[in-house]
Design a protein around this ligand. Sequence first.
Ligand code: PHE
Length: 361
Amino acid sequence: MQNLDAISSEILSAVDAAETIEALEAVRIDALGKKGRVSLMMRELGGMDPEERKAAGQALNVVKDSIAAAIETRQSDLSRAALDARLTAEAIDVSLPSRPEAEARLHPLSRTIEEVVAIFAEMGFTVAEGPDIESDYYNFTALNIPEEHPARQEHDTFYLPPDGDGRRKVLRTHTSPVQIRTMEAVEPPVRIIVPGRTYRSDHDATHSPMFHQCEGLVIGDGIHMGHLKGCLIDFCRAFFGVDDLPVRFRPSYFPFTEPSAEVDIGCTRDGGGLKIGAGDDWLEILGSGMVNPRVLANCGYDPEKYQGFAFGMGIERIAMLKYGIPDLRTFYDSDLRWMRHYGFLPFDAPSIHAGLVGGTV
Ligand code: PHE
């Protein structure tokens, strides 16, 4: 026991010299562990006579306590140093640029609607909107589609449960009811487009139960078929970006327009792929016509005084054609990989809101 002081100072300097928590733990085990040097000396006390044991025991306890205290101090110093080192290493540099993978994409449908709106805005159209849940009157009757008209069957309408009077509202099957709502609300001249959601009970690679249309309506004094043709030819060429795009007006029938015309654009399917703007094939892209005088009268306009034209197009269809998207159902899958491929960076989109006055009728 004579060398107690020497052993004690040796252990205390080992504590001070420990550079890591692990090294310190090794020193602790070597001194105070079950088979540690101090513990072994404690055991030797048993073989001493009582007087000797008392003095040696006290001395050993003092040494043991001072070693334990030194270890504890060293331990908290080392932990603080380790924490400081981690905080320095993991510091966040707020001046670094943000990560590119967080960039958002504009859905091709939003982008297409913005393009359509931008083109018509330049021609002086404003945006109008109406409800998705429509009365039978606005969706059909006022548009010259009476109760027994075959066009009602063709629309695959979603009906809501009957109300108290037995009348069933519908999910609008086209954006045309907003024509009626607008004419009821304002006097001519009218020059609106109506982008919005529409619904039909139909589901395959080119049909979805919810889809988008954009309606157009122009009413004024002396509006004629030439205005309809000029407006829609300009639109098709601007939208598809082909200056000499062939555009064909093919006689058709809609109850709310008379005469009616389907609009086709020139394309070719040679070599398997579809190419818009050249060749001798045709692709139907929208419906149009001169507003039926009965529809004008239904809205309180005098058909002797005012004339106009209307048109309607499917947004998904023109987006698929312009951007080469083969399956309509993928528009609604919310698949991020698809969005990264077909989506647009927001700053690519044209600025369309300048000068536009929207309104809900
Ligand atoms: N509403 C018609 C449809 O959904 C399209 C259309 C609108 C046709 C306006 C002529 C005039 O098919």
